[in-house]
Design a protein around this ligand. Structure first.
Ligand code: SF4
Ligand code: SF4
Length: 453
């Protein structure tokens, strides 16, 4: 029982076991500095950052070491005082080798920041604010790592009436947003004020699943003396409650049409940790050089919520948490529903890393796939009202165009259909492949059309 009455939600979805108790009561700890940092230049969606430093150059904590590589791109900063060891290829979470800045830490590096406060946002024009956010390196911290300033720049032909701050964190195991809301509530509220100075929404809702009663109570207490411009909305614990379209439906009873974004119905959705980081930039001048990461699962000796400098090796973080209690483990970046399987700990924590899930092998199910028995469970689960059963059969036959006609591009890969399928059909995996092929075909077509012009 949640203890909240009239909690909102969306239709369909699933109820996976939460597993939050590993870390949901654990206060955020600070990860000590390590000897080496690897900072990939392309750790956000968009163009990679462009280095501003050279090998051998000394850098300070918070110093900008790479500039944004275009509008859809952000700056990158050093998480420590140190020296640039190299700018070269390094492995990242996708398994790809990516150009990265490697920094050797000065053993006397302190927590002091070299960056300074960007100035009073109240005296800024919109473009100045957008540039400032871009230079802070801020991206969506919910996992997508989409440059925050791009989202905050409302196109001229659109407007934002409602802002929703997303504190659902509906993925099992993860608790980083939860701890940020419980421990940095002032930053979240102040960040909302800062952003709304420019966005000018009529109302702001903070959507939080009701399994975080402490965060809900803390925020409600902090908002006691505020007028009703901002309100906490407890939501049903259901996956994928934190998906933007589901959140809009749950809180506003509005549907975001197929192929459209929340802004098309005058709503801006932003992750709570991103908004807290926005406040820290404008109040203290701290760019995005660290983030809260949940280290959890039954294969880690000491689960924790850690404030980790960006670029820290995952192995260092795991060692700091007491190491692994087995050699036979599986690792996921993010939660079990949408997380990415990893094969090595020797890659850096990046801006989009919200959690590191370490499970013993016997805890990970590997089951044989059977034929579809047309039970309809996937249809009941899909929050986008797609027919995963039909899409799955079309994927097996490579009928990509038919899948497009059945709205596969609306699938946001939440994994609910795969989760409920009794035949263990890897539905979401095949939809991911189909979407990739369709995107490629579209890009090729556009290129050909351009060539024929
Ligand atoms: S079809 Fe896509 S959106 Fe629907 S449940 Fe499956 S993964 Fe989620
Ligand atoms: S849940 Fe699995 S078995 Fe049931 S209809 Fe969907 S694809 Fe078929």
């Amino acid at each position: 029982m949640s203890g909240f009455s009239n909690i909102a939600t969306f239709k369909h979805g699933v109820h996976p076991e939460e597993f939050k108790s590993f870390t949901d009561k654990l206060a955020i700890e600070r990860m000590p500095f390590v000897e080496d940092y690897i900072l990939p230049l392309g750790q956000h969606i968009g163009a990679p950052s462009v280095p501003l430093v050279k090998k051998g150059q000394s850098v300070k904590r918070g110093q900008m070491i790479a500039n944004a590589g275009g509008f859809v791109s952000v700056a990158l900063h050093s998480p420590v005082d140190g020296k640039v060891q190299a700018i070269e290829l390094a492995e990242t979470l996708t398994g790809k080798m990516v150009q990265s800045i490697k920094i050797k830490t000065d053993p006397y590096s302190s927590q002091l920041l070299s960056s300074s406060n960007p100035g009073d946002y109240r005296n800024m024009e919109l473009d100045e604010f957008i540039k400032s956010v871009q230079s802070s390196g801020l991206v969506g911290l919910g996992g997508a790592a989409f440059p925050a300033h791009v989202k905050f720049k409302i196109p001229e032909d659109k407007s934002c009436k409602i802002m929703i701050l997303n504190g659902c964190e509906c993925e099992p195991f993860l608790t980083s947003d939860h701890r940020v809301m419980a421990e940095y509530p002032e930053d979240l509220i102040n960040g909302a004020k800062i952003l709304n100075h420019f966005v000018k929404a009529e109302k702001i809702y903070i959507g939080i699943e009701s399994n975080k009663p402490d965060a809900i109570a803390i925020l409600n207490k902090k908002l006691e003396n505020e007028s009703d411009w901002i309100e906490v909305v407890p939501l049903e614990v259901k996956y994928p409650q934190g998906a933007e379209k589901m959140l809009v439906t749950a809180i506003l009873n509005k549907e975001v049409p197929s192929g459209k974004l929340p802004l098309d119905v005058e709503v801006l959705v932003s992750n709570v940790s991103s908004i807290a980081a926005l406040s820290q930039w404008f109040e203290t001048g701290k760019p995005l050089i660290e983030r809260v990461v949940t280290i959890t699962g039954n294969a880690i000796k000491r689960p924790a919520n850690m404030m980790v400098p960006i670029g820290t090796s995952m192995r260092e973080v795991v060692n700091y948490c007491g190491g692994l209690n087995t050699e036979n483990y599986r690792m996921l970046l993010g939660g079990p529903m949408m997380g990415m399987v990893q094969r090595t700990l020797d890659i850096p924590i990046v801006k989009g890393t919200s959690g590191l899930l370490l499970l013993t092998e016997d805890n990970v199910s590997t089951m044989d796939e059977y034929s579809c028995i047309r039970c309809g469970r996937c249809v009941e689960a899909c929050p986008m009202f797609l027919n995963p059963s039909v899409l799955g059969m079309q994927a097996k036959k490579g009928l990509w165009e038919d899948m497009k006609d059945n709205y596969v591009m609306d699938c946001f890969e939440c994994g609910s259909c795969s989760f409920v399928c009794p035949s263990h059909i890897p539905l979401v995996q095949s939809f991911r492949v189909a979407k990739g092929i369709l995107r490629e075909q579209k890009a090729k077509k556009a290129l050909n059309n351009k060539g024929n012009e």
